[in-house]
Design a binder for this molecule. Structure first.
Ligand code: ZN
Ligand code: ZN
Length: 232
């Protein structure tokens, strides 16, 4: 039976549970709750910055990740549950715009903030932390499927075999990003129950890697050391 869902609207996530979700790092020492468990949008991102960051974290013992990354956006209304002492904000370069929250205990990556998210949402890598499923039987690829695949201009075959895109092939982009209906995807958070990722980020130490753009060091030992910077 065909139950074709539009790939450019929020109905794509009708099977995503809106119950709060507790996200944890892989070792379990660090956890936070997203009050609205219904995802805002999911994409697959091939950009070099996501790939560079997760490769760095993996070299330090962080999680394995697939060649192209499922990324999901969630309402910026959260509660830190445990392990705040483990957290640090890591930037690839001080000139960059993404701020990535990393758990020092196991180098999982938790929230990612970017100026374009307008403090309304944050990003999670589906494979770099543990996000609960929406029900007991269907994996996230079913309940929160990607609406598009972006930044294919950065794709490189050295990452492995590119999996087939299961969504609408017209929504595969070289850059960023095909339109997604904003009418149904909330433009404000009316009754927040917790705090924002920005307020958490202000309490914890910040670092920059100053790794050259697009460069993946050949050897683990060739990655630069983290340099402390002021929160911003
Ligand atoms: Zn951990
Ligand atoms: Zn990316």
């Amino acid at each position: 039976m065909s139950t074709a869902k539009s790939y450019d609207t929020d109905e794509l996530y009708d099977n995503c549970s809106s119950e709060p979700k507790e996200v944890t790092c892989f070792c379990g020492k660090t956890a936070f709750t997203i009050f609205n468990g219904r995802v805002r949008q999911v994409r697959e991102c091939a950009c070099i910055d996501c790939y560079q960051h997760l490769t760095w974290a993996h070299n330090l013992g962080g999680p394995e990740f697939p060649p192209i990354l499922p990324i999901s956006y969630w309402d910026n209304d959260v509660r830190m549950d445990r392990g705040e002492d483990n957290l640090m904000v890591v930037m690839l370069r001080e000139s960059g715009r993404s701020r990535r929250l990393v758990a020092k205990c196991c180098h999982s990556t938790l929230m990612v903030d970017h100026i374009n998210y307008k403090q309304l949402k944050f990003l999670l890598f589906e494979n770099a932390c543990k996000i609960p499923w929406d029900n007991e039987t269907d994996p996230p690829s079913v309940t929160r499927p990607p609406s598009d695949r972006i930044f294919m201009k950065d794709w490189d075959d050295s990452r492995g075999k590119l999996p087939e895109f299961k969504g609408d092939p017209s929504r595969i982009e070289q850059g960023c990003c095909p339109p997604f209906t904003n009418k149904t995807n909330r433009q404000s958070i009316d009754n927040p129950l917790g705090e924002t990722c920005q307020s958490i980020f202000q309490r914890i130490p910040w670092y920059t890697l100053e790794n050259d753009e697009g460069v993946i060091p050949k050897n683990k030992g060739d990655w630069p050391e983290l340099i402390p910077i002021e929160p911003r």
